[in-house]
Design a protein around this ligand. Sequence first.
Ligand code: AMP
Length: 147
Amino acid sequence: MENYKHILLAADFFGLGEVVATRAKDLADRYQAKLSILHVLDSLPLIDPAYGPVIPFDMDLTAELMKAAKKRVAKLGEELGVPEESQLIEMGSPKLEIVRIAEEKNVDLIVVGSHGRHGFALLLGSTANGVLHHAKCDVLAVRLQDS
Ligand code: AMP
């Protein structure tokens, strides 16, 4: 089997995310592979309980979220020794963007957590499941235990 050359860490900054990050970093070191970080800002419309999806896109809010995301990705990049050009932020559906970026950047291994924001009720979280189904490269779902 060939060594992995480019590993993509999908970081959601939720719960046990550092376990996933540590595993991705460890694999990148072992394989002497390039490591990239991707965080996706979910662009689902904001829902008002009374009016339904009323705010499809709020520019100020988006700019603030982007600023906060950049800070967190930069901090993680510093911790993992990932240079700025490999710290990626996209907007959209996390699973679609993770798969798209992996193809665009010639990634050969995507590292995700088994569960993130979308809860432990499922065997695999919806993002991990979607990436597993659609990615053209290998996917490692790092098992995260509830509690
Ligand atoms: P979930 O399917 O939301 O439970 O998340 C499972 C895993 O998918 C997380 O541990 C992350 O590795 C990845 N993931 C989820 N949401 C995002 C996101 N917005 N950006 C990057 N990776 C994500």
